[in-house]
Design a protein around this ligand. Structure first.
Ligand code: SF4
Length: 229
């Protein structure tokens, strides 16, 4: 349990888990996290180090500004061999191969990532253009440099709801204990720094208690020895 920003925590937390389990960076590890951890860059970093993620997508920006159902982002099929999209009307949207920088400000900070653009001139004579886009120049699809990792993750979440449900059983337990059993449903201090220190101590106590319960105090102290030496 930590009080770090969730959006940037998936990859470092999964790596720490690998280290704690004595696994090599290339060993396989499954990571379950709630939607607050969803971040393309983090999913991509996990993917590169054999960390199999199950993180539901936050919101659904693929629908933003699209006039009708049936023409949302997921209704366009990406073909990796030709690096192109096939639209619901069967036309191919192609790219000029250039990467464009996209700058975003979100809760937790500013971040930038690269996207490619895909379009087709067929839109200009398409009978359903009014259902597909509000852009008079035709539909523009964007594909981020992290899209492949995002798509693989989303597919796993969709196909294995049973695995993701385990997250609630495992992860909601600490918050139940901290908030209900220990009574830390609110903080007594004000300000990010003070609240962060306050909660950091609570989480440290929780983590120690949990480790003691799982390993026993004797084994925990033995494992801590190298760090204390
Ligand atoms: S508007 Fe363009 S992308 Fe949309 S369905 Fe028609 S041809 Fe395909």
């Amino acid at each position: 349990v930590t009080n770090e920003n969730d959006r940037k925590a998936l990859h470092p937390t999964a790596l720490s888990a690998k280290e704690a389990l004595g696994l090599d960076r290339t060993d396989k590890l499954t990571a379950l996290a709630d939607r607050g951890y969803f971040n393309g860059e983090q999913l991509h970093a996990c993917c590169r180090e054999n960390i199999i993620t199950f993180v539901p997508q936050q919101g659904n920006q693929q629908h933003a500004g699209i006039p009708a159902r049936g023409y949302w982002g997921e209704d366009f099929c990406y073909h990796p061999t030709t690096d192109s999209y096939r639209c619901p009307e069967g036309n191919a949207l192609t790219t000029n191969g250039k990467w464009y920088i996209k700058d975003r400000i979100r809760k937790g900070g500013r971040y930038a990532y690269r996207v490619k653009h895909y379009k087709t001139t067929a839109c200009l004579t398409c009978p359903v253009m009014h259902r597909c886009t509000q852009n008079k120049m035709g539909r523009l699809m964007e594909r981020s440099e992290y899209a492949e990792a995002v798509e693989q993750n989303n597919k796993r979440v969709r196909l294995h709801t049973d695995i993701y449900l385990k997250r609630q059983q495992i992860v909601e337990h600490p918050f139940g204990t901290i908030k209900r059993a220990w009574g830390y449903a609110y903080t007594l201090l004000k300000g990010l720094e003070k609240v962060s220190a306050d909660l950091g101590l609570v989480y440290l106590c929780y983590n120690l208690k949990r480790v003691m319960n799982i390993l026993t105090v004797k084994r925990m102290l033995r494992k801590l020895q190298p760090a204390l030496a």
